[in-house]
Each structure stands twice: as C-alpha cells, then as structure tokens.
Design a binder for this molecule. Structure first.
Ligand code: ZN
Length: 201
C-alpha cells in the first residue's frame, strides 16, 4: 500500500479531475497541483465558475443545447433562420459548426446515434422531438449533420424515413477531400465519397 502524500480533499480533487476526458491520473495530479499553487488566480475563480454553472446550466427542451436558459439562446435568436434545423449528435458538434460560422440556423441535438449493438434505439434519442418540431410547421430544411460513421449514417436514414411525410428539403453534409488534404493520404472511403459527391467546375 502506497503512503498518502496529501489530505483526502486534494485526493478527491485529483480523482474527479481524472474523470475528465483527455485527463488520466497523471495529468489530473498535475492539474490539481497547478490549481493549488495558483489558488487565488485559478482554484478560487474556477470553483466559483463551476458552482455558478452547476446552478444555472439547463438543457434546452426544444433543441437539446446546453445553455443557462430554456429555451436556449439559439432557439430564441430572432436573427437566426429558424426554418432550417441542423441535426447533430452532440452539443460539441453544434459548437464546432458554430465555430465554422457557416450557417445561421437552428439546431437539434440527438444525444447520440442509433446503435442496436449498444442497445441504443430511437426512443433513447431525441428523434420524436425533432419530428414534433417539424410537425409544428415553419421548417423548410433539415440538414442532417451526423458523423460519417456507420451509426451516424444509420441514424440519418432513420430520421429521413421518419420525416418522409413532410414537405421539406432533407440534406446531409458532403463527404470528401478535407481542405488542404492531399489525395495520396486519404483513406479509400473518403476518396470514394469525394468522387461520388463531385461537383461541376
Ligand atoms: Zn434550444
């Protein structure tokens, strides 16, 4: 049995930090020590920010975005085109698309993808919520922006089926050569998708 070098409070901090994505026990120890050394500049403001976030964070009941208001900032933004809904798997995808700043539209977060092997069915995702939004009217396009994985594409097909009865345009992301990408380095699947999705000059 290894001897303890810190009190249980600091051990607990390290254990919790180690559960963060991308942080193992070693990185967690370094992060904890860094925070302890910078108690006033880092640990105290971080603790306050976490307490405030914990108190105020809500998941939007319309789109599934994480925000401090429900409906969220995006759902209530009058400058957004609410007639276009971009369907994503996770809030992180929503953030990525917003960073790209390519469309000023509404969103719908599914909360995952269909995966029968992992026991994830349609009822586990926010698909009925999406259908309800479309049924409520005013939506003219659904852009299904899921990952280019088997599960993502299965989910996209299922959603397309569910929305079959509505008069709207259903689109999906193009798959192809990444910006700056060299053909020689691409995997065959990406290259094949790029050829199939070729556009006129
Ligand atoms: Zn929302």
């Amino acid at each position: 049995m290894t001897k303890r070098v810190t009190g249980p409070e600091i051990e607990r901090l390290i254990q919790l930090l180690a559960r963060m994505p991308g942080l193992g026990p070693r990185s967690a120890r370094r992060a904890a020590l860094h925070m302890i050394k910078k108690k006033d500049q880092l640990l105290a403001p971080l603790a306050a920010a976490m307490a405030e976030a914990n108190e105020k964070v809500r998941i939007c009941t319309t789109c599934g975005n994480a925000d401090t208001s429900d409906p969220c900032t995006l759902c209530t933004d009058p400058t957004r085109d609410q007639s276009i809904i971009i369907v994503v798997e996770d809030v992180s995808d929503l953030w990525a698309l917003e960073r790209a700043a390519v469309m000023n539209a509404a969103y719908h977060v599914l909360g995952g993808t269909l995966s029968p092997l992992d026991g994830v069915g349609p009822g586990d995702l926010s698909i009925a919520g999406l259908v309800n939004r479309v049924a409520a009217g005013g939506v003219r396009e659904i852009l299904i922006a899921v990952n280019a994985t088997v599960e993502g594409q299965t989910t996209a097909h299922y959603i397309t089926d569910q929305l079959g009865g509505f008069d709207l345009k259903i689109t999906r992301l193009a798959h192809g050569v990444p910006v700056g990408g060299e053909l020689d380095y691409l995997d065959e699947g990406t290259l094949a998708a790029a050829v199939r999705a070729r556009t006129a000059f």
